[in-house]
Design a protein around this ligand. Structure first.
Ligand SMILES: *Cc1c(COP(=O)(O)O)cnc(C)c1O
Length: 388
């Protein structure tokens, strides 16, 4: 008999399939049962059941929460009804009067939450260019309590040195948080680099099929886990059992999907780079991408999102109307390719000058590469780019 291997020592692909609750212990069923129950009977009032009410804990959600904690190499995981729900809950670890340093390229929804909702709670934020550690350092105030990173950032894929920021933050007793949506734990595991709290929009690559909205949080320590759980339970921000099950169903193929999409994304980026009519291509896997070396130090891959500039808003709109394969939509990280137009979608609410300063021009498109054959995707895009 071989001894059961420690789950933490399994390779990532094996963890995705063998995560602990993949077989139902009672029946041997091949997937986690959906415990569609709001409350749990106390067989013995002196010995309460593990779960007593589904807002505080549900076995299906628990399986998902343990699953993401294992994948990120963290102590505790928590599942929320959306990425924004996970992120907004995490920011409530801070109190009125606290200050947080945030990457200036943060996801639009996070920016909106911080500047129009959290600001009313008197929690102050400073946005800095996190590719530059000196800018991070000079944002430190007496009341600074935390740092929020997102790398690669959206849509121009700027790179933050995670370990450098985390170790500086630790010296100053700051809580570090990182939105790991674009890379997923398959490519990048921030807790191993010193980050305290990892956040996800699981709506994207983790779910992977554009059919579930969910958020996940993973803490480096049990103690931080207790604090996040207290907020989650106190505010009632829990993912439903059906959605928990569907998300786990999607996550099992994460490596197969990411590996395939990344391979295609590299091909797409290289093709775009040699296209004379494309003025700029953003992809961390390209030779000349700023921050590429830092990215390679902290991530095992480049992901499946490629942004590129077609030169003008007029041309961008033509391409969006002509492409046949990608979904023209917000969101990313699915089996089908998704083509987004940041200027009119994710960054529409940003003043034009601010947008342009960040390189989010009227001609910028963001391509999330799916599982279609790359030759078809390139032929389709080449056709859409053709001037008529
Ligand atoms: C989509 C997204 C979010 C928000 O997640 P929702 O599931 O839509 O609430 C947060 N961060 C990043 C990087 C995202 O792409």
């Amino acid at each position: 008999m071989t001894q059961p291997l420690d789950p933490q020592n399994r390779k990532f692909a094996t963890k995705l399939i063998h995560f602990g609750s993949e077989i139902d212990e009672t029946t041997g069923a091949s997937s986690v049962p959906i415990y569609q129950a709001s409350t749990f009977h106390h067989h013995d009032i002196f010995n309460p059941p593990t779960h007593d009410y589904s807002r505080s804990g549900n076995p299906t959600r628990q399986a998902l929460e343990d699953y993401i904690a294992l994948l990120e190499g963290g102590a505790k995981g928590y599942a929320f009804p959306s990425g924004m729900s996970a992120i907004s809950t995490a920011f409530l670890l801070f109190s009125a009067g606290d200050h947080v340093i945030v990457t200036e390229d943060v996801y639009g929804g996070t920016y909106r939450f911080l500047t129009t909702i959290l600001s009313r709670m008197n929690i102050e934020t400073t946005f800095v260019d996190m590719t530059d550690l000196d800018q991070v350092k000079s944002a430190l105030q007496a009341n600074t309590k935390g740092i929020f990173m997102e790398t690669p950032s959206n849509p121009t894929l700027k790179i933050t040195d995670i370990a450098a920021v985390a170790s500086w933050a630790k010296e100053h007793g700051l809580l570090t948080m990182l939105d790991n949506t674009f890379m997923t734990p398959y490519h990048q595991r921030p807790i191993e680099l010193g980050v305290d709290l990892v956040l996800h929009s699981a709506t994207k690559f983790l779910g992977g099929h554009s059919d579930v909205l969910a958020g996940l949080a993973v803490t480096a320590t049990e103690e931080l886990g207790r604090q996040v759980k207290y907020l989650q339970n106190g505010m009632g921000s829990v993912l439903s059992t059906q959605e928990s099950w569907l998300l786990m169903r999607g996550m099992k193929t994460l490596e197969a999907r990411m590996a395939h999409s990344e391979k295609s994304a590299i091909q797409l980026a290289k093709w775009l780079e040699q296209e004379p009519s494309i003025s700029k291509v953003y992809y961390p896997g390209l030779e000349n991408h700023p921050g590429r070396e830092i990215h390679e130090k902290q991530s095992a891959g480049y992901g499946a999102v490629v942004s590129f500039d077609v030169g003008s808003g007029e041309r961008a709109k033509k391409v969006l109307n002509k492409v046949k394969y990608p979904l023209v939509a917000v969101s990313l990280g699915a089996v089908e390719s998704i083509l987004s137009y940041p200027a009119m979608m994710s960054h529409a609410s940003m003043p034009r000058e601010v947008r342009l300063e960040k390189g989010i021009t009227d001609g910028l498109l963001r391509y999330s590469v799916g599982l279609e054959h790359i030759e078809d995707l390139i032929a389709d895009l080449a056709n859409a780019l053709q001037e008529d």
